[in-house]
Design a protein around this ligand. Structure first.
Ligand code: DGY
Length: 324
């Protein structure tokens, strides 16, 4: 039986360096990311696949991969994978929960501070040479919103939401949260979603993208938010209606936003958020530290090696495939 596996991108970390000691593998040489057609061709006939969140592992791809025995994604989110189609074939899907929690929470907090205190706008202002003697300092010059002491609403109180809550407590914030299944977390008040939206100065999104959470923060819910509130999204772009958020920013109902993830990535040139005022944008860097990316890659490799050895993946997104 073929032991060949396909890796859709070179990976950081120790595990990838030693992968060749355990199996035969091919890796996409680049440059850049592999596209869907090239992935289908290159991965054809392989027994396993290590992929990134940019690879579309849809039903058609899965159907075409008749020898596929496992998929291991270097991501915690698995919305790029048709999990039901894999599960129907009994194929385990590995992912990387846990290791990116603190790093992603840092990113959410960085965006919250940057959006509230207009850091990106201020940086551009200084670099453009617009900081003139006429505009050296004035009572209303670059005023923003206080983070310390404000109310933070967490939409989703999983591990990342809880890590953001811990940071917020250090800033003396009142922390509210809504979660599909209520959780008891010290210092966090569980409320319903509408109440959270009406009370929060900052709303930070921490839910996985599923059919139920698609456009969870839509125009109707944005209209229920506290005027002057700030939205932060480090979850998935599809969780919010980007056009509705851009409209609320343009008409001044919301003060600002910090956005790391988009409905389509890389972001389209005509994405309304690019034109909206007071938005700090980042290119999906939530987990982007050297240490965290290496740990994610090592987990993805460990999941693949377990599957190759006929063992249970240590971090499986569809554990129902294991019958024991
Ligand atoms: C993930 O792993 O799903 C994250 O979005 C990566 O930053």
């Amino acid at each position: 039986m073929s032991r060949r596996i396909f890796v859709s991108h070179t990976l950081p970390g120790e595990g990838f360096r030693h992968l060749g000691e355990h199996c035969e593998f091919e890796v996409w040489p680049g440059p850049g990311l592999i596209g869907p057609a090239a992935l289908r061709e290159a991965a054809s006939g392989c027994r396993g696949l290590i992929c990134l969140l940019t690879d579309r592992i849809d039903a058609g791809f899965i159907e075409s991969m008749r020898q596929l025995e496992f998929v291991s994604s270097m991501s915690v989110g698995v919305d790029h994978v048709d999990v039901a189609a894999l599960t129907a074939r009994g194929i385990p899907l590995g992912h990387t929960p846990g290791v990116l929690v603190e790093t992603t929470a840092d990113t959410a907090f960085a965006l919250m501070l940057a959006a509230a205190r207009r850091v990106a706008e201020a940086d551009a202002f200084v670099r453009a040479g617009r900081w003139s003697p006429q505009q050296a300092w004035a009572p209303e010059f670059f005023v923003g919103t206080d983070v310390g002491g404000a109310t933070l609403g967490l939409v989703g109180l999983g591990e990342i939401g809880q890590a953001v809550a811990r940071r917020a407590q250090g800033f003396g914030m009142r922390v509210l949260a809504w979660n599909r299944t209520p959780r008891e977390v010290p210092g966090v008040e569980m409320v319903d979603l509408d109440e959270l939206l009406g009370l929060s100065d900052f709303v930070s999104l921490h839910v996985a993208l599923t059919a139920d959470t698609h456009h969870l923060l839509n125009a109707a819910r944005i209209a229920r938010m506290k005027p002057g509130a700030i939205v932060v999204n480090t979850a998935r772009g599809g969780v919010l209606d980007e056009a509705a958020l851009a409209a609320a920013l343009a008409d001044g109902r919301l003060a600002a936003a910090g956005i790391d993830v988009y409905e389509r990535e890389p972001v389209d040139a005509d994405n309304p958020l690019l034109m909206a005022p007071n938005v700090v944008l980042a290119p999906h860097i939530g987990s982007a530290t050297l240490k965290t990316r290496a740990r994610m890659a090592d987990m993805a490799v460990a999941n693949a090696l377990a599957a190759l050895a006929g063992q249970r993946m240590p971090h499986c997104a569809n554990p129902g495939v294991y019958r024991d």
